[in-house]
Design a protein around this ligand. Sequence first.
Ligand SMILES: Nc1ncnc2c1ncn2[C@@H]1O[C@H](COP(=O)(O)OP(=O)(O)OP(=O)(O)O)[C@@H](O)[C@H]1O
Ligand SMILES: [Mg+2]
Length: 410
Amino acid sequence: MKYIRGISVKNYRVLRDISIGTITFSPKQNTENPLPFRSGDPLTPLTVVIGRNGYGKSTLYDAFGFIGDCLRSNTEYACTLRGGFDNIVSNGQNKQENSKLEFQILYDDILYTLCIASDKYNIPYVYAETLSHINSAFNTSVSMNFFVSCGEGKVVSPETDSVSDIKLADPRRLVLSTLGNLNQFPDIVKFRQFLENWYLSYFKPDAARATPLSGSQRRLASNGNNLANVIRYWENEHNARLNQLIDEVIKPILGITRIETKTTEDGRLLLRFFETDNNRPFYVSQMSDGTLKLVAYMLLLDDPDPPPFICFEEPENGLYHRLLGIFIDEIRKRCISSGGSQFFITTHQPYLVDALKPEEVWILEKNADGFASVRRASEDTIVRNMAAEGIPLGALWFSEYLDNFDQNNL
Ligand SMILES: Nc1ncnc2c1ncn2[C@@H]1O[C@H](COP(=O)(O)OP(=O)(O)OP(=O)(O)O)[C@@H](O)[C@H]1O
Ligand SMILES: [Mg+2]
């Protein structure tokens, strides 16, 4: 089972230096064993981050989106979307020396690192980028796929095991997007596809109320504005599965017995919902925010070929608190351990945290220097023991065992 074992982020806004799960460290130069070493237990298939306002939850979430934007377009575009490089880089960093954004992703035995700096014209570019395979026993061997530093580097051709020089024509584009599009580098292609398929939800009920142009679409847009197209796709391709999802999950919790699309005269798709014992449909414009959100989320979760990494930011917004445990149960059924996806969630809701295990929960805090740090709930022996005795984690959070809410410190 391949999954993200760890992620680290450096100099990204309030996240000056944080990591979750297993990450690797470069050895100091001139050491006897110049191989990376690792630290930390791997992430679980479901990772949930909590923390007070302004402690970096959305920033971490956005860091995932940032990497995706760099990959799909380029570093300059990804920074511009976020107000420019200087706005993103952690405050107080020496602009010349230290102002580099750094990311590390350990996915199974694949280690990907990306470092972005800005040039003298303030254009963000790929300062360094590497992809390598680390022997799962670690500390034993590392095989490089490619590395690039300041526009130049090397790539290993898997067929011949030969090493070739590479030189970037556009330093704003990731090597991963370029080499990851060439069939002679199948491992790089696979990793590029994996990263490109990450799904970050920014669901907006009003966007989902749109009546889009007719046509079926497989993947839900991040704001949900193609919900009707996705339902049309399910009607065409997975009708039995759609009915099963409605009967087993959507009907018991939302009371909806049928969902269907209808093409309007002007070629748009109208989404209609039928409620229990009622043959009169409700149109998408009439449906509640929470209903639309849960239907959209369930379609995403139940996709026969789901995104490998799915991120939800504060999914509790608009959902009845008692549904959160059910939502987490549905996620668990579709986790990577059951052949599904890996999940990342940020939340403020103890009811959601009630359904979690200590090793799944990460707590963001802010240090005296104003930057975030993160720790795993399972690192705390008291929390671990109390959870083992059956005390729900949300209740522990409420009782300030997870984080300490010091009002005098506000
Ligand atoms: N360039 C930067 N350098 C350092 N800190 C920054 C930078 N940009 C923003 N911040 C800090 O990060 C905070 C925003 O963090 P973020 O939005 O991730 O918090 P959050 O945990 O999602 O909060 P909420 O629960 O309110 O949504 C800002 O309030 C500010 O303190
Ligand atoms: Mg936030």
